[in-house]
Design a protein around this ligand. Structure first.
Ligand SMILES: Cc1cc2nc3c(=O)[nH]c(=O)nc-3n(C[C@H](O)[C@H](O)[C@H](O)COP(=O)(O)O)c2cc1C
Length: 312
């Protein structure tokens, strides 16, 4: 089975995970220039904004980069079309089933890697011709499923005959090596890149990630079928209390409306949606993205080479 860097033409077998309102064209280009596959996240952007960001990335890198389509977006159809028009080389998709777009993208020679949280969706999408799947565990930041990376990745690998990328809970070489030991062809990371110099989030957001302990994230939105992992703060506590009381979707949406923008742009880490994965507790300093990818690579290599360890 091919390694992810061979499939994507990157230096490292790593994808910078799409992050809504964070992964701009400039950030994606920085990650591509640092040896991974940079991804522009579309989140709730409209088509014009995406076009601008793709053009910005093209100005800043000659390396491959891709676009992450958030399937819950009201602009999903437009975005799927602009991906074709702008000659994007790689697409990942999040939060849903991208089935209706796959044949047009494949006809255009685009590499398609949907994010899945269960093997049943992986199987269905592989039958539609995707190039690989990204199996994302519930340790991740942002929208999550129920299964852990450790349980999910091998079961997806057993279910499909395309390469599988592991995502969720990977922030150092030990975890990268574990993903490869499970049979993944590469990894996708998000949370560890929040603590990067190039990441365009407010400094308060970065500091909140650096301060977080292992147990400081929580999943909101389970009761309404939209689970999202965030750092615990006033907003998350209020949301969870409302969910416990059986609040309506409208009441819940009132709490989160504009929450990601409040955290990312205004640095309001108490009333904003500070999306982060469980690995936040492992992050202690802000580093350039190149250093983060180099350390993941060299750390993972060292662990895999140390297989002379005694088993018992
Ligand atoms: C702040 C944040 C925002 C995210 N937004 C998106 C998104 O818009 N689309 C998507 O497919 N995944 C999104 N993700 C998931 C990442 O792309 C990636 O799969 C995940 O972060 C990997 O797990 P990790 O956080 O443990 O590294 C987001 C993750 C974070 C931390």
């Amino acid at each position: 089975m091919k390694k992810l860097n061979e499939i994507l033409g990157t230096e490292f077998p790593f994808i910078q995970g799409g992050m809504a309102n964070i992964a701009t064209g400039e950030f994606a280009a920085a990650c591509s220039n640092a040896g991974a596959l940079g991804m522009i996240a579309t989140g709730g952007w409209d088509g014009d904004r995406l076009r601008q960001e793709i053009r910005r990335a093209k100005e800043l890198t000659d390396k491959p980069f891709g676009v992450n389509l958030m399937l819950m977006s009201p602009y999903a159809d437009d975005i799927a079309r602009i991906i074709l028009e702008e000659g994007v080389q790689v697409v990942t998709t999040g939060a849903g089933n991208p089935g209706k777009y796959i044949s047009a993208w494949k006809d255009a020679g685009i590499k398609v890697l949907p994010v899945v949280a269960a093997s049943v969706l992986a199987k269905r999408l592989v039958s539609l011709g995707v190039d690989a799947v990204i199996a994302e565990g519930t340790e991740s930041g942002g929208h999550v499923g129920e299964m852990t990376t450790m349980a999910l990745v091998p079961q997806v690998i057993d279910a499909v005959d395309v390469p599988v990328v592991a995502a969720g809970g990977i922030a150092d070489g030990r975890q990268a090596a574990a993903a490869f030991a499970l049979g993944a062809c590469g990894i996708q990371v998000g949370t560890c890149l929040l603590a990067s110099r190039e990441c365009p989030i407010h400094d308060n957001y970065k500091q909140a990630v650096l301060k977080a302990k292992d147990t400081d994230t929580v999943v909101t939105g389970r009761s309404v079928g939209g689970p999202v992992r965030v750092l615990k703060n006033k907003m998350a506590r209020e949301y969870l209390a409302l969910e416990k009381r059986g609040a309506t979707l409208e009441e819940l949406e009132h709490v989160t409306l504009g929450g990601l923008r409040r955290a990312v742009l205004e640095g309001d880490t108490e009333h904003g949606s500070v999306m982060s994965g469980q690995v936040a507790g492992m992050l202690h300093e802000i580093k350039p993205v190149r250093q983060i990818f180099e350390e993941l690579y060299s750390g993972g290599k060292a662990v895999l080479e140390a297989t002379g360890r005694e088993w018992l």
